[in-house]
Design a protein around this ligand. Structure first.
Ligand SMILES: [Mg+2]
Length: 270
């Protein structure tokens, strides 16, 4: 771990073109803001420094705005990038003629692609992509899942919102997008395209939207395998916060690609 003057310099946020903040485990946990989070976002807004909140959530930015607002901070949806946003960007770029999409994930994906794609809901209409989320989802109905299987055994591409194996919920642990996608990948013998963290496309597309160079940005997150690995991979500076899944010991024993440039107790350290 860097210490001394080097450590301080990584934590000086004013030097970066943009500050990228993970949400779950960094800015909030369930329905409460974590220490220093609201203050940091308000400070970035006040000084006009470009920033973005990012998450492997399968929802749309609009659906996260109200959650943040309840915690005392108003964030424009343009400053939020979700893995579902990245999946939508991917299909629009991959099939520029207008993708034909079977959505087995969320209403957030409906919202972001409405008017830009042709929706497929059966097993025989032409289909370019199946967008896969978690098993507990409004569109993960038995009929749609069977249609998706047939489409994937045909020409459709398997687009996974992210590769997370599991995710935490108030009930405990749930099957993640990666786990559910693996079921389709196996059944259809098809390689998925992953869109969320730690994929380079996620970080690069976010920076493209912000008009900044990834190598001049800093990412602050709680997860070594999604946040730190992904951001290190595109040349960002990385700060691990200990309010989420990773411990100081995890960071100290991490392989070079997963090692953050600095570790903080919480966003209050900034
Ligand atoms: Mg997190």
């Amino acid at each position: 771990m860097s210490q001394g003057s080097d450590h301080r310099s990584v934590l000086d946020l004013s030097q970066y073109q943009a500050v990228l903040l993970d949400l779950d485990g960094t800015v909030y946990h369930e329905d409460h803001a974590l220490p220093g989070a609201v203050e940091l976002i308000l400070r970035l807004q006040k000084i006009g420094q470009p920033y973005a909140c990012l998450t492997n959530s399968t929802t749309s930015p609009h659906q996260l705005v109200s959650r943040l607002k309840r915690m005392g901070v108003e964030v424009d949806p343009a400053h939020i990038y979700t893995a579902a946003s990245a999946a939508c960007d991917y299909v629009l770029q991959r099939f520029p003629q207008g993708p034909r999409v079977l959505n087995i994930s969320t209403s957030g994906v409906d919202e972001m692609l409405e008017g830009k794609v042709t929706w497929v809901k059966d097993d025989h209409s032409p289909c370019d992509a199946v967008i896969c989320g978690v098993p507990v989802n409004v569109h993960a109905t038995e009929d749609r899942l069977r249609a998706a299987l047939v489409q994937l055994r045909g020409a459709a591409e398997l687009v996974a919102i992210c590769a997370d194996r599991v995710y935490p919920s108030p009930r405990g642990m749930e099957f993640g997008v990666g786990a559910f996608t693996a079921m389709f990948a196996y059944a259809a013998n098809k390689k998925p395209v992953y869109c969320g963290k730690p994929e380079p496309r996620f970080f690069n597309e976010l920076c493209r939207r912000l008009g900044v160079n990834p190598q001049r940005c800093v990412l602050i997150g709680d997860n070594l395998e999604s946040d730190i690995l992904g951001a290190n991979g595109v040349g960002m500076k990385t700060i691990l916060t200990l309010t989420g899944v990773a411990t100081r010991s995890d960071a100290e024993h991490a392989s070079p690609q997963l090692k953050p440039h600095a570790v903080i107790e919480s966003l209050a350290s900034l």
